[in-house]
Design a protein around this ligand. Structure first.
Ligand SMILES: C[S@@+](CC[C@H](N)C(=O)[O-])C[C@H]1O[C@@H](n2cnc3c(N)ncnc32)[C@H](O)[C@@H]1O
Length: 281
């Protein structure tokens, strides 16, 4: 399908089923140009190698590979993060969790000099790095069961010059005996038989589903929370659009107070959190 001009290449990509933005982002990456340049240079010729490179990316995108994997990067909460197929592509919905955590750091935890913050299931490091970026006084620890994901998070922390303590292991296990002021997590929460998994086959299954009804990781994180929260600490969890009631019930049953839910940009109930208070006599 190799086209000889910028406009011809973009038209070919649209014909192969790509939307306009994806086609522009991929061609921009091949040519090392911004989207605005492409718009102003529609008649410019592509070198044969560039056209072939673009065709290969278009074919992979048509087969369902996320644009972020093809570009090797994704923007999240004002940061550009390196991503690979070892990590979930950070989603705009997750910025809801970051915004809520930043709000708590600026209000409830404003008087804490170096609030201890834990990100469970950090993947690319998206949440932890966004928090450290916007709240440099926070002391960030991030856990993931995938060594490959932790390598991506470590690379991102290095590139961005943001300090994170990265620990491998299963949920709370690597932080046994430690307490935090704020715990955040976007764990896998898609049910094992959810048809949406078919469209996500390029992303790691470990990041997407704990199998079963989708709630097992959330149950495990909530069950371990009281051993790691101080009096007054917060636990904030991202979940599926139809899981808010279940997560509220889990938090309340575990003894958390001030349980509430926030909506994402699409209006879906996306994050539920609560505050740990020691029982008073
Ligand atoms: C939905 S992804 C979230 C990634 C990242 N926090 C984000 O929001 O883009 C869930 C992450 O949890 C990790 N994970 C899955 N099971 C885990 C476990 N048992 N213990 C620790 N991390 C786990 C996965 O490797 C994955 O990186």
């Amino acid at each position: 399908m190799s086209a000889s001009t910028v406009d011809g290449a973009l038209a070919g990509a649209r014909g192969a089923g790509l939307d306009r933005l994806d086609a522009q982002l991929l061609l921009g990456a091949v040519l090392g140009r911004e989207r605005s340049w492409l718009i102003a240079h529609g008649d410019d010729a592509l070198a044969p190698g560039q056209a072939e490179h673009f065709d290969a990316l278009v074919a992979r995108r048509s087969a369902g590979e996320p644009v972020a994997y093809l570009l090797g990067r994704q923007d999240f909460h004002g940061l550009t993060l390196q991503v690979s197929p070892a990590v979930l592509v950070p989603r705009p919905d997750t910025e809801t969790l970051v915004d809520w955590a930043l709000e708590l750091l600026a209000t409830e935890l404003a008087g804490t000099a170096a609030p201890r913050v834990l990100d469970l299931g950090t993947g690319s490091g998206a949440i932890a790095l966004a928090l450290k970026h916007r709240c440099p006084r926070a002391d960030l620890t991030a856990v993931d069961a995938s060594p490959e994901a932790l390598a991506v998070a470590e690379a991102n922390a290095g590139t961005l010059g943001l300090a994170l303590a990265l620990l491998p292991g299963h949920w709370w296990t690597p932080v046994a005996g430690r307490h935090f002021d704020l715990v955040v997590s976007n764990p896998p929460y898609i049910a094992g038989d959810d048809h949406h998994l078919d469209a996500l086959q390029h992303e790691p299954l470990l990041a997407l589903t704990p199998d079963g009804d989708g709630l097992d990781s959330l149950r495990e994180i909530v069950a371990g929370a009281s051993a790691h929260l101080r009096d007054g600490s917060w636990l904030l969890l991202e979940h599926g659009h139809d899981q808010a009631r279940d997560v509220q019930a889990l938090l309340a049953a575990a003894g958390l107070h001030q349980v509430g839910t926030r909506r994402d940009l699409g209006g879906n109930e996306r994050c539920t959190g609560g505050r740990w208070r020691q029982a008073t006599r």
